[in-house]
Design a protein around this ligand. Sequence first.
Ligand code: PBG
Length: 336
Amino acid sequence: MDLTHRPRRLRKDRIRGLVSETSLEPSDFIAPVFVDATTDERVPIESMPGHERVPLAEAVPRVEEVLETGVQAVMLFGIPRSKDAEGTRAWVDDGVVQEATRRITDETDAYVITDVCLCEYTEHGHCGPLEAGARDYEGEQHSSGASGGLTVDNDATLESLERIAVSHADAGAEMVAPSGMMDGMVGFIRTALDREGHADVAVMSYAAKYESAFYGPFRDAADGAPSFGDRRHYQMDPANRREATREVRLDVEQGADVLMVKPALPYLDVVSDLRREFEHPVAAYNVSGEYAMLQAAGEKGWLDLEAAALESLLSIKRAGADLILTYFAEDVAPRL
Ligand code: PBG
C-alpha cells in the first residue's frame, strides 16, 4: 500500500516515551487524609478500600506514610468530637483539623492544605447554618428529598468560613480550600487571611463543584451527609458547562490562587475549559465515588485496577489539570 501517513511508526516501544504528551509525577498529587476526633483507633472506610479515618495521635504517622510514597501534599478533613447547628467546632483553636495541622506542620515536611467547610461540623450536615425558619420544614424536606425553599444562609456562612480559614492558617496550614460553594467565599477568606497576617497562605477554591452522586463514599467517610434535603441550591447543576467558567471567573476576581473542578472524570470538559480560559493552576478532585467505582470493579476482577487508575489520572492531567486530588495518590505515586 502506498500510505504516506502511518501514525503507528511512533507507537513502537522505544519511541512511545519520546512522543508522549502527558506524564504523571508524584508531585502532581494531593492525598486526602481524614482525622477523626471521635476515635482512638484507625477506622477503615468500608466504601473506600485502603483508606481509614485516623485519630489525632495517628495524624503524623498517617502523613508520613503518604510522604514515603513521594506525594508531598495532603488535604486534611476533620471529623469533630461533637456537632451543632452552627458548626462551631470547625473554627475552635483545639479543633481536630487545627490540632492535626499543628502536629503535621511541626513534625513533617508535608505541604498542608485544609478543607474549609461546615458539613462535617453541623448536625444537619449542610455546608453552613440554615436560614431562619428552615428547620421547621425538616420533615417535609426529608420526605420530598428536594431542597425546596430550604436554604443554607449564604452570608452567615461567609463569616464562619472566615473564622475557619484563619484558624487553620494560625495552626500552620499553607493553603486553605473552601469547598462550600457559597457566593463570595474566596474574597471573604482572602481578606480575612490578609488582615490576620496570613498574606502568604494560598486559597485553592473548589470553584466549580457540582452537585454530584459521586460524593457518596466521602459522606460516609467524613460523616457529612445532609440529614435532609440536598445540596442543589449551592452546588452546581451537572447540566451546566458555561456556568463553571462564570463561577471560576468570580473566584479569580476574588483572589483564588488555584482553581478546582470537582468531580474530575465526569467533568473533564470543564477542566479543559478552565485550562484554556485561565492562567492559574487548575486542580481536579478525583472524588470518592470515582475511586470506589474502580475499586469495586477491580475487586470483582472486571478490570485491571492499577491500569484503570493510572489511565484515569493520566486523562485528568491530559484534560488540563496541574494538580490532582486523589485517593489513588499513594498507590500510583510509587509506580511512576
Ligand atoms: C464538602 C466536601 C465534600 C467532598 C469534599 N469536600 C462532600 C460534599 O460536598 O458532599 C467530597 C469529596 C469526595 O467525594 O471525595 N466539605
